[in-house]
Ligand binder design. Structure first.
Ligand code: Z5A
Length: 215
């Protein structure tokens, strides 16, 4: 049995990753491909517990390196318990955020040393890299407004509460990764409506990976 494909969705707040992940899984299912939708931080019980701790802001006082360690510990558990077994049984995995988020949130915006983060990433992922990363690009003011509309009664989490300058840095950070790794990454204009974005993402998938329908 061949290994499944690993697709990651990246971008700033409220760009539409979770919505797109579900739409892609549905299209894959229609093409006869079993796809597991998951997220980071999270995706396994231990990683979900770490998610709660980090997004509550409880780790913030220890600085971006402590947060990077927490995200990395969550990633190790997520890979061991969910991602690697799913890929090994031939399922595809669509993951809402992965290592690029650590590079951008803790590296670019948190200003951690790139060499330090590279070493941490190597250890945490044990060499697992996405086959395709879709970077959803959107003006951060629009993304933050979408995120606020989605959950008007909840307060902002640790990262949503950051300044607009922080969110602009994130956008530039993701675009820089896409420019440095064009074989792995594709940038999609996330200002389109969900159906149009899903169609563009599906065409990219068919172009870059062997999807049964497109084979
Ligand atoms: N983080 C980190 O710092 N380091 C790391 O290594 C990792 C993560 C892995 C996770 O929070 C936080 O952790 C994240 C980075 C940090 N920062 N924050 N905050 P999260 O998972 O809660 O948040 P998020 O990843 O930013 O996702 P999100 O806010 O849930 O947004 P989304 O998944 O991209 O969007 P959505 O839920 O699909 O859509 C948001 C709303 O917009 C919703 O009402 C939709 O109906 C609507 N929507 C969706 N698509 C569209 C389109 N195309 N047009 C119009 N409206 C749309």
């Amino acid at each position: 049995m061949s290994r499944g494909r690993f697709i990651t969705l990246e971008g700033g707040e409220g760009v539409g990753k979770s919505t797109l992940a579900k739409a892609l899984a549905l299209r894959l299912a229609q093409a006869g491909v079993r796809a597991e939708v998951t997220r980071e931080p999270g995706g396994s019980p231990m990683a979900e517990a770490i998610r709660e701790a980090v997004l509550s802001g409880a780790i913030r006082e220890h600085g971006p390196f402590a947060e990077a360690l927490m995200f990395s510990a969550a990633r190790i558990d997520h890979i061991d318990r969910l991602i690697a077994p799913a890929l090994a049984r031939g399922d595809w995995v669509i993951c809402d955020r992965f290592a690029d988020s650590t590079r951008v949130y803790q590296g670019v915006a948190g200003e951690l040393e790139p060499d330090l983060l590279r070493s941490l990433e190597r250890v945490a992922t044990a060499g697992l890299a996405p086959d395709l990363t879709l970077i959803l690009d959107l003006d951060p003011r629009k993304g933050l407004a979408r995120a606020a509309r989605r959950s008007p009664d909840q307060g902002k989490d640790r990262f949503e509460a950051e300044t607009l300058g922080f969110h602009r840095k994130l956008r530039q950070g993701f675009l820089a990764i896409a420019a440095a790794e064009p074989e792995r990454c594709a940038v999609l204009d996330a200002s389109r409506n969900p159906a149009a974005l899903a169609e563009a993402a599906w065409l990219t998938l068919a172009e870059r990976l062997t999807v049964p329908e497109a084979a």
